[in-house]
Structure formats: C-alpha cells, structure tokens
Design a binder for this molecule. Structure first.
Ligand code: ZN
Ligand code: ZN
Length: 174
C-alpha cells in the first residue's frame, strides 16, 4: 500500500503578510492609506515628514519634482556639458564636439629642429620605403616562379639591414 501523501491543511499555514494587508483605508480621507504609515494615511494626508511607511514614495516624489524643475543633479550635469558644445565652424577639426577636449598642437619646424627626432623619422621613413621596394622586388621574383609573396622573416630582415648599413659606410668613407 503506497504511503498517503500528507499535505498541510490550509488552517495550519501561517498567514504571510501580503500587499493587500499593508493597505488600509486612510485615517483622514476615503482613499487607500498605508498600514506602515505612522498616521495610517495616504501620501497626501500624511503630515509626518519622517514617516517610514511613506519614505520611499517621498524620495521618489522629490526626485520627480527636481527633474520637472530641471534641477536634478543629472539635469545640471547635462546642462553644463551642453553649454560646452562648440559652435559649428569654430574648429576646422570636426572631431572636437565640446570644449575642454584634448588637442595636441605641434609644429613640423620645431619637430625637425630636434636632431634625435629628425634622425628617427628619417630612419623610419627610409626603412618604410626600403621595405616596400624589397617587397615589390621579392614579389616579382617569386611571381616568375608562380609563387605567392612570402613575408620577410626577422632574421632575413636583420641581415639585409646590416648589409645595407655596411655598404653605406663603404660609400661614405670614399
Ligand atoms: Zn506616512
Ligand atoms: Zn488621505
């Protein structure tokens, strides 16, 4: 014989407080009041500013009023940002939408006066051109044999650069 399933009878259950139980009729008007309110009143009739039952509703109302008056901290922050908006045509650069955005200004003449920067940029530029020439040369060479272009390995590139510098030093010592 299977054991009988015992289910708790409704009377043995402890009633859990529901939303309906927290709502009573307002003590001052026919509207619904809050049971947790110190005056058991609705928000309009409740005169207790520090009432715990209406705390959340009051906070929400304060925020709402501030937003309607455009005085909410977020409204003020947005206003500040809007005031910093640049006028169309103020800058040639269209990426600058608001004031106080970073802009780095440098002069080519000033840059070239610095010997280290100048040498550095010339070396980089030369390396770029040589690299491209080498690629073109290799591409053509390999194409003759129907092979795809292969990227120059670091070891081979190092050898080529050293070779180039050696040949250059021979030319300058003449
Ligand atoms: Zn209250
Ligand atoms: Zn009321």
């Amino acid at each position: 014989m299977p054991p009988k399933r015992t289910s708790p009878t409704p009377t043995s259950r402890q009633p859990t407080p529901t939303r309906d139980m927290l709502i009573v009729q307002c003590s001052k008007c026919p509207k619904r009041g809050k049971a947790t309110c110190s005056q058991q009143a609705c928000l309009k009739c409740c005169t207790d500013e520090s009432c715990s039952g209406h705390y959340e509703q009051r906070q929400y109302q304060i925020q709402k009023d501030l937003i309607l008056k455009s005085q909410h901290p977020i409204n003020l922050e947005a206003k500040k940002i809007r005031e910093l908006k640049t006028q169309p045509g103020a800058f040639h650069e269209p990426a600058l939408k608001y004031m106080n955005e970073s802009l780095l200004i440098w002069s080519f003449d000033e840059y070239m006066k610095n010997q280290k920067w100048k040498d550095d940029s010339i070396r980089k530029s030369r390396r770029f051109v040589e690299g491209n020439l080498y690629k073109m040369f290799k591409f053509k060479e390999r194409k003759q044999f129907g092979l795809p272009y292969k990227k120059e390995s670091r070891r081979i590139r190092f050898k080529r650069v050293v070779d180039h510098l050696y040949r250059e030093s021979l030319n300058s010592s003449k």
